[in-house]
Design a protein around this ligand. Structure first.
Ligand SMILES: Cc1ncc(COP(=O)(O)O)c(C=O)c1O
Length: 462
């Protein structure tokens, strides 16, 4: 039985007729009147659900096991758990988090090829059987700690089309696979499938096509060694948002569907899962940061008064976030960081090459360089979209700066849709109904005695 209340999920309703952008505007207005201008996030859980619906529509054969490492915030994983996804966990902590939300162990894959024995023992003790490996030493460790494991052999695949590569550190080369499978057989272990990761932020659909073809080869090798594999795991790598008029994800989906139908048709009975991380939370998050310092530089001729300087002007902004808090992932080349000034630019307004630095004493704490922006003033705000992936889980408190807080929201319409999906999946929904006299936002408050049991599946079925 799951409790389905906004309070349990950790969000408040967006007031009717209010958008996320309106909410950010209101919050900035309120903060601007005070000294407390800390950076903050607004995260729309409805967007996480829309991404889920997109996934189900485009690649219906593939069950997503969300990569918790990407963003382990409770409202995010709670929403995905309600929608019925599985979860890719890398540690005891992540496994515990998902178990504490009532996720069945069969919906968890321990997808870290290198596992600490205490974490392995935790998995065994809690019935988590699916796990990955890519080398002999790991097989020996698994045989000692959890003989009932259901193993997936992670293979190294071509990740050259991705922004963040994986296959140097993880994955067995194809030529090593027969030896590893024989070793697993000797140790009496059950290898049930193959996994791979095409690299994070994959830019090319063909990466999945090639990797699925490689996986087919390994299924065939395994059959010769006496394993009848039943599970294929397509890993992560899917983009977190669509650029205008380009949906890389839809292109990937077309290729993935075609390749699966060719090499793993439904008739094989092979179950297909995947481990999308950034795909789900990225676009749900907007970050607002305050400009706490500004420096204008011009070429010498402008200082000499020989020209007005506008053509040679570059601006440096210092904001109250940075690479040690939200922007740790900008150390990866070409990561998409898309700043905008909160104040909308006027038609014809001039834009300047702008570098945005973080607030710490670290000389490398730079968020973007020479990005074209209209001029903003100290005390004003900048916004960053698509900030839900590898941000809130990688923050530190370096230099003593606080981590930005997140306000989670959802519209009532999205919430109703989520309840329907959860109920259709067989969840008995314990629902907190707002009284007609409640303020629009008040129904996130739990009032003991008001909770009613609903089986929405039953209702829908009528
Ligand atoms: C094993 C594994 N699966 C899935 C993911 C999620 O990748 P992405 O966020 O690119 O979808 C990662 C990311 O590091 C990973 O290491």
């Amino acid at each position: 039985m799951s409790t389905f209340t906004p309070e349990d999920f950790g969000f408040t309703f967006l007031k009717d007729g209010t958008s996320v952008q309106d909410l950010i505007d209101q919050r900035i207005k309120a903060l601007s009147a005070s000294d407390a201008k800390d950076a903050f996030y607004v995260a729309d859980l409805g967007e996480v659900m829309r991404r889920y619906l997109l996934w189900v529509r485009e690649i219906p054969r593939v069950t997503p096991f969300y990569a918790v490492k990407c963003n382990a915030s409770r409202p995010i994983v709670r929403t995905l758990a309600a929608l019925g996804t599985g979860f890719d966990c890398a540690s005891k902590y992540e496994m515990h988090l998902m178990m504490s939300l009532g996720v069945d162990p069969s919906r968890i894959i321990y997808s870290n090829t290198i596992k600490q024995p205490s974490n392995l023992k935790y998995a065994t003790a809690h019935g988590i059987q699916k796990m990955t490996f890519d080398n002999e030493a790991e097989l020996v460790k698994i045989a000692q700690c959890c003989e009932n494991a259901k193993l997936l052999l992670r293979i190294a695949v071509d990740d050259s089309g991705s922004m963040l590569t994986m296959s140097k550190k993880f994955g067995a080369k194809l030529e090593r696979c027969p030896e590893l499978l024989k070793q697993a057989k000797k140790l009496g272990l059950d290898v049930i499938g193959v996994s791979f990761h095409v690299g994070s932020y994959c830019m090319t659909p063909v990466a999945y096509t090639k990797a699925i073809t490689n996986a087919r080869d390994v299924f065939d090798m395994a059959a010769k060694i006496g394993y009848k594999m039943t599970l294929l795991d397509l890993g992560g790598g899917y983009p977190g948002f669509s650029l205008p008029n380009i949906s890389l994800f839809k292109e990937m989906a077309v290729d993935i569907n075609k390749t699966l139908d060719k090499y793993f048709p439904v008739s094989t009975g092979v179950q297909i899962i995947s481990e999308p991380g950034r795909f789900f939370p990225s676009s749900a998050y907007t970050l607002a940061v305050n400009i706490i310092g500004k420096r204008v530089d011009m070429e010498k001729s402008a200082y000499d008064g020989k020209e007005d300087g506008a053509n040679s002007k570059t601006i440096s902004y210092y904001v109250n976030d940075g690479i040690h808090t939200s922007f740790g992932s900008v150390i990866f080349p070409y990561a998409y960081v898309l700043p905008s000034t909160h104040k909308r630019s006027k038609p014809g307004e001039r834009f300047y090459p702008s570098t945005i630095y973080g607030q710490t004493c670290d000389g490398h704490d730079q968020i973007v360089e020479d990005y074209s922006l209209p001029e903003a003033q100290e005390g004003e705000w900048m916004l960053f979209n698509h900030m839900g992936a590898y941000t809130v889980t990688t923050m530190t408190e370096f230099n003593g700066f606080p981590k930005p807080e997140t306000q989670f929201v959802m519209t009532r319409k999205a919430w109703q849709r989520l309840l329907q999906i959860a109920a259709a999946k067989g969840d008995q929904v314990l629902l907190q109904q707002p009284s007609p006299h409640d303020e629009p936002d008040a129904c996130c408050l739990v009032k003991p005695g008001l909770a009613r049991k609903h089986n929405l599946k039953g209702k829908e079925g009528k």
